[in-house]
Design a protein around this ligand. Structure first.
Ligand code: GLN
Length: 252
């Protein structure tokens, strides 16, 4: 059996951790450990030296406008290094405030414009009259041909438009904006979503998908079928209860 290791970096861990985003890291750790896959999770805060391209998975969670303003200069100063990470096959997992900052710009609730990294065409405007998309959300995503129903929680004022490659269709909730019924961004390497909750404990299939994407940086031939299955009965039961509560058919 070959030895497998994943290196993760959680950017701005101390300020970008809304609605339990940290739980995403805990789930990846646990699901790797249970399979004997080595996992290292480092953090990278404002002003810290860090070569992001040496990581298999880069995680940036959600944050309030204030935190997004605090980190933006630091994030923009890392643009070249982030590009290098993209070019060398790192996988990106971005939640809400983090997702917004990879686009063209974000207009905060007070009207100030925060320049984004501009890797993608999407941009985020503020909600009309301070309105926010808040509540439980269910989406149907297409991850490299795998249809997965994701469950989460959203709370954002930002309305993200011009998303060329949405992560999925909204079944319940809002997603990128009030009316478009599309959620997130996914281009095969960058996974941006409004789903907090945190995302991965409620969606173990997505956690495994990300583990595989991270492994593929070192082992391009590694496939989802190569991953040892885990017992997800409890997670599946929790999902069934949620679907029932929301009047949705069993979409596991
Ligand atoms: N501050 C951003 C907004 O309100 C992002 C919020 C978040 O990360 N949940 O749209």
């Amino acid at each position: 059996m070959r030895e497998l290791n994943i290196k993760i970096v959680w950017m701005y861990h101390d300020i970008m951790d809304l609605y339990g985003d940290k739980g995403n890291m805990m789930v990846l750790k646990r699901r790797c450990e249970e399979r004997g896959i080595g996992i290292t999770i480092d953090t990278c805060g404002i002003g810290e030296t860090c070569d992001l391209s040496t990581y298999d998975l880069i995680f940036l969670g959600g944050g309030a406008d204030r935190e997004q303003m605090m980190l933006i200069d630091d994030l923009l100063s890392r643009k070249e290094n982030i590009q290098k990470a993209m070019d060398t096959g790192s996988f990106f997992f971005l939640v809400c405030g983090g997702y917004q900052l990879f686009g063209q710009y974000y207009i905060a609730a007070d009207g100030s414009k925060i320049k984004g990294l501009q890797f993608f065409d999407y941009y985020t405007d503020t909600g009309k009259d301070g309105m926010r998309c808040i509540g439980n959300i269910v989406i149907e995503c297409n991850l490299d041909g795998n249809k997965i129903i994701a469950v989460g929680f959203e709370n954002h004022g930002g309305q993200t438009y011009n998303v060329k490659h949405p992560l999925g269709k909204v079944i319940k909730g809002y997603g990128n904006s009030f009316n478009e019924k599309m959620e997130g961004f996914y281009n095969g390497q960058v996974f941006g979503t409004y789903l907090h909750g945190p995302l991965l404990p409620k969606n173990p299939k997505i956690a495994d998908f990300m583990i595989v994407k991270a492994l593929q940086k070192q082992h391009p031939d590694y496939r989802l079928q190569d991953l040892e299955p885990l017992n997800d009965q409890l997670e599946e039961k929790a999902r069934r209860i949620l679907f029932k509560r929301w009047g949705l058919s069993d979409t596991n």
